[in-house]
Design a protein around this ligand. Sequence first.
Ligand SMILES: [Zn+2]
Ligand SMILES: [Zn+2]
Length: 220
Amino acid sequence: MIDLHTHSLFSDGVLLPSELVRRAVIKGYEMIAITDHADASNLDFIIPRIATACAELNRRWHIKALPGIELTHIPPETFADLTVRARSLGAAIVVAHGETIVEPVHPGTNRAAIEAGVDILAHPGLITRQEAELAARNDVHLEITSRKGHSLSNGHVAKLAGAVGAKLIIDTDTHEPGDLITDDLARNVLLGAGLDHEVIAAIFQNSKELALKAFATMKK
Ligand SMILES: [Zn+2]
Ligand SMILES: [Zn+2]
């Protein structure tokens, strides 16, 4: 399992980064990104601390932990600037909190995040065909999620991504230990979104390629 969207107690997750990564090791994860919620207020506080913890854990445990961030409920016009700032602070993975149908995310967030070139547009809700096409061109990954609520639009996201050739990945958006999943459950979530085995293999490969690329950018 490779999971590039999780939360620690640096935002609204319940686990310290070390415990989150420890539990991921036990669950059989190969790689995990810790992507706490951030806006302009806390980006500089969170990222260097998570990066320090991840570097420490990577030296000692058989897992690759990646420092990231999830830009969340920010004004769409600030995405470009905050994405650049997040990367310069050491975020190996930049996730955008997309227009999930279960939260009042500002309209225009999906497009702004894709134009900013984030790595992952999380739970993009009722993303439009034009936005999905732009994601394909900008190499922004669209997320299929195992998280309750956000997962209600998985079928729509899967269908559009397939139609326009946008890359999909699967994440858990973990906040608590019970949210981490096995790769068997990940496969079932993807089958439930209407995807076939060939596409599912490609999705696991997308996660791996993105994670390895991100890992290569990390300060060791
Ligand atoms: Zn959260
Ligand atoms: Zn999240």
